[in-house]
Ligand binder design. Sequence first.
Ligand code: GRF
Length: 196
Amino acid sequence: MNLAFFASHRGSNMQAIIDACKEGRLQAQPCVVISNNSGSGALLRAQAEGIPHYHRSSNTHPDPDRLDEEMCRLLQHHRTDLVILAGYMRKLGPKTLAEYRGRILNIHPALLPRHGGQGMYGSHVHEAVLAAGDRETGVTIHLVDEEYDRGAIIAQARVPVLETDTVDTLAARVLETEHRFFVETLVEIAQGKLDL
Ligand code: GRF
């Protein structure tokens, strides 16, 4: 199972998955990393791991259709089986979505459909959870379609919200769960126990 990653910033979820592949816990191989951010931690991690990596964005390809075609070309060139959005802050184009429909996963740091959609990323999500007084939050892994955070839910893990939580403590607890749960979910997919 060849895994392609799209990531915009830190890339810690991507790293957790790469580590699981390297340690043989996940029967899969990272094949390519694409980032819209030339200075992203994700690209540095890919470089350190010796994984082919590319900066592709409206800066490198101002025409959205050309960018979409280029993304598709890179995914195909590296023989991608599954596309993983790991903190990717852009929408994929129609050609990429059509070519890999049902094979693109995103991770969201809350229990969708709560606290999702445009603008709900990073600390905004955890702020919303605390403001709503939710007693639990979690992690959602879902298929990607044309809209942010809307595709079919594949798996969810619950995370308690403590009365003493701040955005930072809650974010740290959710992120720890993300790293573990993303790998666990991919293991189930690789073993054929979870159908996409
Ligand atoms: C994660 O919280 C993920 O749920 C969200 O973006 C964040 C990415 O973090 N989609 P990282 O880049 O994997 O460290």
